[in-house]
Design a protein around this ligand. Sequence first.
Ligand code: NAD
Length: 347
Amino acid sequence: MPGTVSILGAGAMGSALATPFRTAGWNVHLWGTWLDDHLLDACRAGRPHPRTGVVLADGTRLFASDQLDDALDGADLAVVAVASVGVREVVRRALAGISRTRALLLTSKGFAPDEHGRVRLLPDAMRDLAAEHGISLPPIVAVGGPCKADEVAASRWTAAVFGCTDLGTALDTVKAVATDAYRAEVTADEAGVEICAAMKNVYAITLGIADGLGERRKEPHHDLKAASFAQAVRELVVLTRLVGGDPQTATGLAGVGDLEVTGLSGRNKIFGVRIGRGEPAGNALDAMTAAEQTVEGVPAARLARTLVDQHDRAVWSRLPLFTAILDVLDSCEDPAARIADAVLPTV
Ligand SMILES: NC(=O)c1ccc[n+]([C@@H]2O[C@H](COP(=O)([O-])OP(=O)(O)OC[C@H]3O[C@@H](n4cnc5c(N)ncnc54)[C@H](O)[C@@H]3O)[C@@H](O)[C@H]2O)c1
């Protein structure tokens, strides 16, 4: 199907996706938000993208924040690749253009609170927003799985998962985007892909805490990290079921796969490392925010607390690690001990 794809958000992931799309023969329009001017400047100058360290795919057309309509002109596909906090505003501005596309890919990972305090998965929030404006969106394809932006940008092998309730659209999109390096499997489990994408950022914080503890004590805590990983997977299964998803989504690329890559590197893991080294969670978060490093797992954890309460408070007894992370974020005295208490078998 190659035609024109408009990627909204010129951060790490938005710019990275230009690589597979260009390789697969697409015209790529990359639109930067009002926060992305410096990123577009670097790309225009032919320098590596500041967030990925990789030069933007050749032939990608760049659009500044005041050129949104031009960026969406004639688009067959749109991709929303902004941080979760910006999804509603960017989608609101882009509604008319997006509504004319065949499918809307979503790489953002997180949740969206509505004005009544309810917490929604991002695709549901986007459809609600469109409906409020009398617009219907094309099928939404939730993009999950272990995909690091710098590796996607550099054409390293990557297995994604595309989740769309319209399986035909997911299949068509996968075929049209696949390259030798970037491939995706499909599932109809949009909700499962979304909850895993958002929650693995939360659980990756605990994997970082074990690594940071190892640095502080100068001895590895790999056993704690592995126990946390296994418990995180169990809880991803519980949460996936909670939103009506398929447990296999949690044990596949979207859950286990993405948790593995997020626990190896990335901002959520680094935030955990800082806590494990002994820095209070609030201080670590402030320092990272000041350095423009959004730790999406923190707002995701707080919003997911409400999401769980909305669905079924009875499942809290099966979420000891998630409960422990919330305690850590609320500044508990000994974060590593709190995590250990949650993941080690009870005596
Ligand atoms: N980096 C990765 O490897 C990776 C992989 C898979 C998915 N993702 C997801 O993709 C999304 C973007 O991540 P990224 O790594 O490109 O982040 P980034 O920080 O490099 O870029 C963030 C993007 O979101 C926009 N943005 C941030 N705050 C905003 C706001 N308040 N209003 C409007 N726009 C705002 C920025 O302008 C920028 O375009 C995130 O949800 C992330 O979880 C990232």
